[in-house]
Design a protein around this ligand. Structure first.
Ligand SMILES: Cc1cc2nc3c(=O)[nH]c(=O)nc-3n(C[C@H](O)[C@H](O)[C@H](O)COP(=O)(O)OP(=O)(O)OC[C@H]3O[C@@H](n4cnc5c(N)ncnc54)[C@H](O)[C@@H]3O)c2cc1C
Length: 306
């Protein structure tokens, strides 16, 4: 495998063949004052298998699955890859489930320039083919992936305001963008508003991480949580809404009014799209806007369906 090498202060880049130990990566090698550019983990054309290295349960049906983006060579040296899934993109996962090959898209929640790992937050449905398969994986098992597939080619200050109306695991693409904007607030002044609907307080995914960001960047990021019900009386004052998303909730959450400086993204289960925006025409085509957002004056340019 060829890795590209850049010689700092030198005349030109050179190439060399070789690997390095993953636990001693030398992305910057002081011995030669050289930078090594790591390869991306994925290709949009070809599936590549990676091993599951960690499972972190988040709720009764949802876990974060961390995959090791690395190859081990015959000489036992490990080559890590850069995840390289730009904001906002998904990857596609493939697995043999019983006698069927199942392929589904998922949205990594860690940073694109992370090296050697990818974190997928997956909710497992009892009758879901691939999501149930995820819940039965053990550390060391492999899943095949290809991608990335770009949804919104996000650039800093792409819009003055971005809002997200999401349900359940629909938080994942919103989280990709929110993390990215708030990791570079000197440069990126985009205002962010999240209206996040969940079944119960225990089903709110990544709440601690989201609340930490909202507390740190109060001028730039606001969250409104709503839950369908609260059977275990777990809702605290941070969870303002009760019931499904409605017009009043959209207004209370501070979702910006339609304007060319605004993009409102919708992501969630199918009934969520039916109610808010209408479904996508196909994975690549947004289709017409309908539903509550249309009634509230938004149009195809101001709403994005993930
Ligand atoms: C661009 C994109 C990104 C995505 N990112 C993520 C992500 O980061 N994390 C994640 O968990 N999922 C994500 N999904 C959804 C994911 O691709 C699968 O659709 C989901 O895991 C279910 O697949 P399955 O094979 O288990 O279910 P299927 O076998 O396709 O469905 C079987 C049954 O499962 C149940 N089911 C499936 N999906 C839903 C649903 N959304 N709501 C309610 N019931 C359902 C239903 O009972 C359904 O009949 C994303 C989808 C898209 C389009």
């Amino acid at each position: 495998m060829i890795r590209r090498l850049f010689v700092l202060g030198g005349a030109a880049g050179a190439t060399f063949a070789g690997y390095h130990h993953y636990n001693k990566p030398f992305t910057h090698d002081n011995r030669f004052d050289q930078h090594v550019e790591l390869e991306g983990a994925f290709s949009p054309e070809t599936f590549k298998a990676y091993k599951l290295k960690e499972i972190t349960p988040l709720s009764h049906d949802t876990s974060i699955y961390t995959f090791a983006l690395e190859d081990t060579k015959e000489d036992n040296l490990t080559v890590p890859y850069k995840m390289n899934v730009p904001v906002a993109s998904c990857i596609v996962a493939k697995a043999q489930v019983a006698d069927e090959v199942v392929v589904r898209p998922y949205t990594p929640i860690n940073k694109s320039d992370d090296v050697g790992k990818m974190e997928l937050l997956v909710k497992s449905y009892p009758t879901g083919k691939l999501s149930k398969h995820f819940s039965q994986l053990a550390v060391g098992d492999q899943i095949e992936f290809k991608g990335p597939f770009v949804k919104i080619d996000y650039k800093p200050n792409y819009k003055k305001e971005m809002a997200f109306i999401v349900g359940g695991t629909g938080i994942t693409p919103a989280y990709q963008i929110i993390q990215r904007v708030l990791s570079q607030t000197n440069e990126d002044k985009t205002k962010l508003t999240l209206l996040y609907a969940s079944r119960t307080p225990e089903d709110i995914l990544l709440k601690k991480e989201l609340d930490t960001l909202a507390k740190k960047y109060p001028q730039q990021f606001k969250i409104y949580y709503t839950v369908d019900s609260d059977p275990n009386q777990k809702a605290d004052s941070s969870i303002q809404g009760r019931g499904f998303v409605n017009k009043e909730m959209i207004e209370k959450a501070g979702i910006p009014k339609p304007s060319e400086d605004v993009l409102v993204s919708v992501c969630g289960p199918m009934p969520f799209y039916d109610m808010l925006s209408g479904r996508k025409k196909s994975p690549q085509e947004q289709g017409e806007l309908s539903g509550l957002l249309k009634q509230m004056g938004y149009d195809e340019k101001t709403v994005y369906k993930f």
